[in-house]
Design a protein around this ligand. Structure first.
Ligand code: COA
Length: 319
C-alpha cells in the first residue's frame, strides 16, 4: 500500500509584527478584550512588496530543505490560498516559476481557512493513486490585504504567513485518513464579497464576518469532524499525540480538545503569536511543533480546520 508521508515541513512569517497594543492605537479595542476573547497577542503583517507567492516560496524552500528534497524532484504543487497574487494565473504556478522548476501540475485550492485540509487531501489522493511521487503542499495567505482596518470586529483577528509540507510516496504509514465537508448555505457568515468586472472592483473587497455565528458553527462542526475522522480510521482520541488545529481562536480550539478529552498539553498552540493566518495556520502550527521538538517521528497527529464556505475538514497523520 502506498502512503503519502510528510518528508519535511517549513514556514515563513513576515518580519513586521502588529501587537494588540499597536491595534489599540488604530481602532477602539484593547489587549485585554482581544486576549480574553481570542487568545491572540500579536500577528505578522506582510511588507508592501511581499506577495502571497513570496511567503509561499519562502515556506516551500524551508520545507524542501527540511525534507532533503531538491525542488526539481517535485511533481505536484498545490497552494491553498484565498488571497492569491492576482486573479490568474494560479499562485501555485508563480511559486513553481520562482522555485525554478516547470512541467509538473500546479494549481490553487480555495477553501479559505480549511484550504490546507483540502490541499493536503488532494495531494494525498495524487500520491496514493500513483499520479505523483513528491508533492509540495502550501498554505499561504495575506489577509492583511482584505482587512477593513477600521472594523475592530475583524481586523484584530487575522495575520499573514505561510506554511508548507513536502509529501512523498512511502510504504510506511503517513496520511491515515481524511474527511472534507462543505455547506454553502452558511457562506453568508464569513465572506469577502467582492469581484472584478469591467475594470473595477464590485461589491466589497473587505472581509465581512458574523463572529458569534461563525463561533457557534465552528465549535459544532469541528467537534464532529474530529470525532468522525478518528473513528473512521479505527482509532480512539487517546491515541492522538498532537492536535494541530486551525488557529482562529483559543476558545474554539480549546472546545475541540475538550470534546475529544485531550488535555491542552496535547494541542499545538500558535494563535497567540500568529493570529488567524487562514490557509497558512495549520502548516505553520505543524512546522512550529516539529521545529520545537514537540512533534516527533511516529507521533499520530490530528489536523483540523474550518473556514468560509463553509468548508471544513480533518486529516489524521502518522508523522
Ligand atoms: N475590541 C473591543 N470590543 C469589540 C471588538 C474589539 N476588537 N470587537 C467587537 N467588540 C464588541 C462588539 O462591538 C460588542 O459590543 P456591544 O455589545 O456594545 O455591541 C461586544 O464586543 C461583543 O461582541 P461579540 O461579537 O458578541 O463578541 P464575541 O464574544 O462573540 O467575540 C469574536 C467576537 C469575533 C472574538 C468571536 O465571535 C469569535 O471568535 N468568532 C469566531 C471568529 C473566527 O474564528 N473567524 C474565523 C473563522 S475561520
Amino acid at each position: 500500500m502506498t502512503y503519502a508521508k510528510i518528508l519535511g515541513t517549513g514556514s515563513y512569517l513576515p518580519a513586521k509584527t502588529l501587537s494588540n497594543h499597536d491595534l489599540a492605537k488604530i481602532v477602539d479595542t484593547s489587549d485585554e478584550w482581544i486576549t480574553t476573547r481570542t487568545g491572540i497577542k500579536t500577528r505578522h503583517i506582510a511588507a508592501d512588496n511581499e506577495k502571497c507567492s513570496d511567503l509561499a516560496v519562502a515556506a516551500a524552500q524551508n520545507a524542501l530543505e527540511a525534507a532533503g528534497v531538491d525542488a526539481a524532484e517535485i511533481d505536484l504543487i498545490v497552494v491553498a490560498t484565498s488571497t492569491p497574487d492576482m486573479q490568474f494565473p494560479a499562485t501555485a504556478t508563480i511559486v513553481q516559476q520562482k522555485l525554478g522548476i516547470s512541467g509538473c501540475p500546479a494549481f490553487d485550492v480555495q477553501a479559505v481557512c480549511a484550504g490546507f485540509m483540502y490541499a493536503i487531501t488532494t495531494a494525498n489522493a495524487y500520491i496514493k493513486s500513483g499520479m505523483a511521487k513528491k508533492a509540495l503542499v502550501i498554505g499561504a495567505d495575506v489577509f492583511s490585504r482584505i482587512m477593513d482596518w477600521t472594523d475592530r470586529r475583524t481586523c484584530v483577528l487575522f495575520g499573514d504567513g505561510a506554511g508548507a509540507v513536502v509529501l512523498g510516496a512511502s510504504d510506511e504509514p503517513g496520511i491515515l485518513h481524511s474527511k472534507l465537508l462543505a455547506d454553502g448555505n452558511y457562506g453568508y457568515l464569513l465572506q469577502t464579497p467582492g469581484w472584478i468586472a469591467n475594470g473595477a472592483v464590485c461589491g466589497t473587497p473587505f472581509l465581512q464576518m458574523d463572529g458569534p455565528g461563525v463561533f457557534k458553527f465552528a465549535v459544532k462542526a469541528l467537534a464532529k469532524v474530529a470525532e468522525d475522522v478518528i473513528a473512521e480510521a479505527g482509532l480512539t482520541p487517546e491515541q492522538i499525540d498532537w492536535l494541530v488545529p486551525h488557529q482562529a481562536n483559543y476558545r474554539i480550539l480549546e472546545s475541540t480538545a475538550k470534546h475529544l478529552k485531550l488535555g491542552m498539553e496535547k494541542v499545538v498552540l500558535t494563535v497567540q503569536d500568529h493570529g488567524n493566518t487562514s490557509a497558512a495556520s495549520i502548516p505553520l502550527a505543524l512546522d512550529w511543533g516539529v521545529r520545537h521538538g514537540s512533534i516527533q517521528r511516529g507521533h499520530t497527529l490530528l489536523l483540523e480546520g474550518i473556514g468560509g464556505g463553509f468548508a471544513w475538514g480533518a486529516v489524521l497523520v502518522k508523522y
